[in-house]
Design a protein around this ligand. Structure first.
Ligand SMILES: NC(=O)c1ccc[n+]([C@@H]2O[C@H](COP(=O)([O-])OP(=O)(O)OC[C@H]3O[C@@H](n4cnc5c(N)ncnc54)[C@H](OP(=O)(O)O)[C@@H]3O)[C@@H](O)[C@H]2O)c1
Length: 464
């Protein structure tokens, strides 16, 4: 008789040892977008998840400010409280899911849970980027796991890819579009030719941007995430405070159009690159910035609110990961994957587990520093407003004399320009230290041919 293979997968019979094990007991702080999605997917796929975890996973207590709203999600079977510490230290809880957000109180709850011997699962990238070093040290001391797959690009298992799938590799760089809100805005600016303010308003109206979008548009959210990826890629502590962060609020529609003319698209990229150059640069570039990527590059085609991440390993070559960057069940997918990991490892010795940042503590390079902005080495795009189109040659020659390796110079097409606007010289450079470009751009402002502020953006080729 025919049996649907999918159905047989969804209703697995547990191994007898698994049925004998008691379920992993979960306490949740927060039952909003992420918490409710996690609760829903855990309930819907209960048998399937238990089959993979080797035991059931059961939410036993939930904390929220509004208990009525919480009860509308979890029903009457689950204990409710509005005291987060009660969940963090609850004697019946094996693992805390912190799904409330924020950094100050969340740090206290997570540390309290760790000290009480509980594992922790969180999608809170701000918490980990800012307090991760302290939290992971406490977790090591108390022999518990802190899992955070949902903190970066939600349903894309990029933390797992770096920590497990790519362990053979010396990672050269990780780069990606890791903020869906800004990618949505940039896609609107390009596709509809609208300015930043209008694209942001559309993103807010459609629910892709918060009422206060600062963290997203200033690049801070992406910086939290690239900080976590850099630590996993290179075996370094979390160095969020050293990251160079530039958002998209100052980006002009004219540059989006001029980038197109040159065969590029502008994306807000998080980049972490290991540098060990002959010239003595030894460290990590850790940065978020709007950058030009070639229009035929895979990352240029990550549009709307989607995320895409590339990793270059010395053995693997370039690998790419694509998927949703936000969403209730999308984040739940990652949170539950972490819970399954915890269910599988609970009881094993901490030294046998996948380490929090992909490297065991003695192998983390405390000395590995973030390189200063001046040492960052990339190609550049410059847009130089001039009084007359003929001054294009003077601009190119002047930049070359300042040791800027000019690769291409051309005028912006007339149809890109606002009516009556100054002609614009577009320059693409070869790779050069940021210090050289910053000096040249600053001095170029005083050149008699130049009619306004010079715009400078990085160009990322992200080649295999
Ligand atoms: N949303 C996403 O797509 C997404 C994706 C990846 C990561 N994340 C991260 O996941 C975390 C949660 O995000 P979210 O979107 O789920 O937030 P949310 O929808 O605003 O939900 C927050 C939940 O936490 C509760 N809460 C907040 N502060 C509390 C406090 N002091 N005491 C008790 N309960 C408290 C809220 O309770 P009340 O509702 O009763 O106020 C609510 O249930 C954040 O760190 C976020 O960065 C979110």
């Amino acid at each position: 008789m025919y049996r649907d293979p999918v159905q047989s997968l969804e209703a697995p019979s547990l191994p007898s040892s698994a049925t004998a094990m008691r379920p992993l007991r979960v306490g949740m702080i927060g039952i909003g977008t992420v918490g409710a999605g996690t609760f829903r997917v855990l309930a819907r796929n209960q048998a399937l998840i238990a089959g993979r975890a080797g035991r059931g996973i059961k939410v036993v207590v939930v904390c929220a400010r509004s208990l009525a709203r919480a009860m509308s999600v979890v029903g009457k079977e689950v204990a409710l409280t509005n005291d987060p510490m009660q969940v963090a230290t609850h004697p019946d809880v094996d693992v805390l899911v912190e799904a409330a957000g924020g950094t100050g109180p969340a740090r206290d709850w997570v540390l309290a849970a760790i000290r009480a011997g509980k594992h922790v699962v969180t999608a809170n990238k701000a918490l980990l980027a800012e307090h991760g070093n302290e939290i992971f040290a406490a977790a090591r001391q108390h022999g518990v796991a802190v899992a955070y797959e949902g903190a970066v690009a939600v349903s894309i298992p990029i933390v797992k890819a770096l920590r497990e799938g790519l362990t053979a590799n010396r990672i050269e760089w990780v780069a990606g579009i890791i903020n869906g809100t800004t990618n949505f805005i940039l896609s609107k600016m390009r596709d509809e030719g609208v300015g930043f303010a209008e694209a942001l308003a559309q993103a807010q109206a459609l629910g892709y941007a918060e009422a206060d979008p600062t963290f997203d548009i200033e690049g801070i959210d992406a910086a939290h995430k690239i900080t976590l990826l850099a630590a996993n890629a290179f075996g370094m502590p979390l160095r969020f405070a050293d990251a160079q962060v530039e958002g998209i609020a100052a980006l002009q529609g004219l540059d989006v159009a001029c980038a197109e003319q040159l065969g590029f698209r502008i994306k807000l990229l998080g980049v972490a690159r290991r540098r060990q150059d002959g010239d003595g640069a030894d460290g990590v570039e850790l940065r978020v910035q709007p950058a030009l990527v070639p229009a035929n590059h895979l990352l240029a085609h990550v549009d709307g609110s989607m995320n895409g991440i590339m990793v270059k390993g010395d053995a693997s070559g370039v690998t790419m990961y694509y998927g949703a960057g936000a969403g209730s069940e999308q984040t739940a997918s990652a949170v539950i994957a972490d819970l399954v990991d915890v269910a599988r490892l609970d009881g094993t010795h901490a030294a046998q587990r996948v380490p929090h940042l992909g490297f065991h503590a003695p192998a983390i390079h405390d000395h590995l520093a973030v390189l200063p902005r001046a040492a960052v080495h990339t190609r550049h795009y410059l847009r130089v407003p001039v009084h007359q189109a003929q001054q294009i040659e003077a601009v190119g020659a002047w930049l070359a004399a300042q040791h800027v390796p000019v690769a291409r110079v051309q005028l912006a097409c007339a149809q890109q320009l606002p009516a009556g606007g100054a002609p614009q010289v577009l320059v693409l450079t070869d790779a050069v230290a940021q210090a050289t470009v910053d000096l040249a751009v600053h001095a170029l402002g005083a050149h008699p041919a130049v009619a306004g502020p010079v715009v400078s953006l990085r160009v990322e080729m992200l080649e295999g």
